[in-house]
Each structure stands twice: as structure tokens, then as C-alpha cells.
Design a protein around this ligand. Structure first.
Ligand code: SF4
Length: 310
């Protein structure tokens, strides 16, 4: 039995002409505002992988610095596969969410061990690699292999949900299914390596959380425009939780001590140091230590802690 293709109900028809105008105006905008990130034109699947992993939960303004440091230390997938967890974590430094460094290194070992050092060209195979989800897989295909694949991130969701569905805060209001449909429907043939970054950059700088509609080339094509024009504001997605005193901060303090030494450090010394610096109970530091052990970011041998799991 033939499966029926999903077609959402749109507030305004997506005629071929309107579709063509949306694509053209966004690509024209991108031609003038393209951000010259090195991985976008490198045609290197490994560079695209590193960039996409660095970009997860990180503002683009910080991604370049982390990417440059990583690529200087591990310029090829083979160099990364030969590194230890501790090497990877030291280079990752204070970039946050250090599991990403471990995932990259594990992926490099799988790619070298099972795929002859070449990142797969197949989306579902890419998504079996550690830390590689649909967005990262699409970026590797677009920038690395020159293969069309629709990517979805927060910025792309915001643009598509506003232009096609008229939602003011699509991250909350538009269903994932509708965004996935829109990202595939709008993707122009053989232009994903320009189209996806165009949407990302446009969402970051023009169709931002509170959009700058006065600078937008899509006003006549966007369903949400009339509401923003009459003064509506997008609701806040969620308030950022304070970093100070959080488990993330305590984990970062423990990792920071261990990154500063080549071998092991006394567990007691680290505990006492973090307790006194953070001014909190020892039990909370022990919870942070336990979560790092469970994530494989550190290991404990007798009364000592060591960076990495190998
Ligand atoms: S008109 Fe406003 S809401 Fe619509 S795409 Fe442009 S910036 Fe975003």
C-alpha cells in the first residue's frame, strides 16, 4: 500500500511562485551577508563534523575559536583517532559540554577502524556515530560531501515557522513534523551547502528571537509579518538557569583542575579545593564527581582522579 505523503495545512498557500521567491530572496541575502567560516567551503567531511559538533549548544560567535583550536591540534580524523580522551579534553578546554570532545574522538576511532578513515555519505550511517544527530549528519553531507540534506536547528526552525506557519515563537509553537516538512519542501536542488547556512545566518541575525522585520527581504512572503508589524512580540523560550553554583559549574571546576596536570590528582585535594571555591556542601561536589565518572569524562583509581576514561 502506498504511504500518503504528509501535507500540513498552511495559512497561506505555498505556490511554486511564492516558494521560488522565498528561495531567491534568502539566497540573494546570503550572497551579501555570507559568514566566511572555514568549514563551509573546505569540502572536508571531518572539518564539517567538527564544526557541527562545536556548534551544538554554542553561540556561533564562539564556535570559530573552538574549531580553530581543535583543528590545529587534530587536523585530520586519523590524528584525532590516535589521541587519548585526556588529549581531547585538554584541547576542548573550557568550551562547555565536554562530552562532545569524547564523542568526536570515539567517532574518529570508528571512522578509522570501520570506514577506512572516510566519514560515510549515508545519512542513517552517519547518525549511528557517537554524538551525531540529524543536524550534524546534514552538515557533514552538505559541506563535506556536497550532498543535499535538509538541516534543522533553532535558527532554521524560527525562520520556517514564522514564514510558512505564521507562528511567532516556532521553537515552542510549530510542531517538529511541520518544521521537518518545511525544511525538506524548501530545500533547493543541489544548493544545500548554501541554503542551510543562509537560513541559519538569517535566523541568527534578522529573524532573531525578536525579529528585525524592518531589515527583512521576506516581509511580503512571511505569514507572521503582519503580527510583528502591529507590535506583537515573541514570547520568551525559557529563562536561562543560573550557572553559578550549578552542577555544570562544579563539573567544570573538577575538569579544570584535572586538565592542568599530566597525570592524576588527589581526590581529596580536588574536593577540598572545589568546596572552598564554590562555598557549598561536599555532598554536591561528590554528585558532580559521580556524574563525570558516569559520563566517562574522568576515572578514579584508588584515591586519585584522572582525566578521561583511557
Ligand atoms: S518578516 Fe519578520 S518574522 Fe518574517 S521572516 Fe522577516 S524577520 Fe522573520
Amino acid at each position: 500500500m502506498a504511504t500518503q505523503r504528509y501535507e500540513p495545512e498552511l495559512p497561506r498557500a505555498l505556490s511554486p511562485q511564492r516558494l521560488g521567491w522565498i528561495r531567491k530572496r534568502l539566497l540573494d541575502w546570503y550572497a551579501e551577508h555570507e559568514q566566511p567560516f572555514p568549514w563551509r567551503n573546505a569540502k572536508d567531511p571531518y572539518a564539517a563534523l567538527v564544526a557541527a559538533v562545536c556548534a551544538q549548544q554554542t553561540q556561533m560567535s564562539r564556535v570559530l575559536e573552538i574549531y580553530d583550536r581543535w583543528m590545529s591540534a587534530f587536523p585530520t580524523v586519523q590524528a584525532l583517532a590516535a589521541a587519548s580522551d585526556a588529549d581531547a579534553l585538554r584541547v576542548w578546554g573550557r568550551a562547555g559540554y565536554p562530552r562532545r570532545a569524547i564523542y568526536l574522538r570515539r567517532t574518529a576511532r570508528i571512522v578509522c577502524g570501520e570506514y577506512d578513515g572516510q566519514l560515510p555519505k549515508d545519512r542513517s550511517m552517519l547518525e549511528t556515530l557517537p554524538g551525531v544527530g540529524p543536524f550534524t549528519a546534514a552538515i557533514v553531507l552538505n559541506f563535506g560531501h556536497g550532498v543535499d540534506a535538509a538541516a534543522v536547528d533553532t535558527n532554521i526552525t524560527r525562520v520556517l515557522g514564522r514564514v510558512l506557519f505564521g507562528d511567532l515563537q516556532p521553537v515552542i509553537e510549530t510542531s517538529e513534523r511541520d518544521i521537518r516538512w518545511a525544511s525538506e519542501r524548501l530545500l533547493p536542488d543541489k544548493q544545500a551547502a548554501r541554503w542551510n547556512p543562509a537560513l541559519m545566518d538569517f535566523g541568527a541575525s534578522i529573524c532573531s528571537p525578536q525579529p528585525r522585520c524592518s531589515l527583512c527581504p521576506l516581509t511580503s512572503l512571511c505569514v507572521a509579518y503582519s503580527e510583528f508589524k502591529s507590535g506583537a512580540r515573541a514570547s520568551a523560550v525559557r529563562a536561562q538557569r543560573s550557572f553559578t553554583g550549578s552542577q555544570r559549574e562544579l563539573r567544570g571546576m573538577i575538569m579544570s583542575r584535572l586538565r592542568g596536570v599530566e597525570g592524576s590528582l588527589s581526590r581529596e585535594e580536588i574536593m577540598a579545593d572545589v568546596v572552598s571555591r564554590a562555598g557549598i556542601k561536599r555532598s554536591r561536589v561528590m554528585l558532580a564527581e559521580q556524574s563525570l565518572l558516569e559520563d566517562g569524562l574522568i576515572r578514579r583509581i584508588d584515591h586519585k582522579l584522572i582525566l578521561g576514561s583511557d
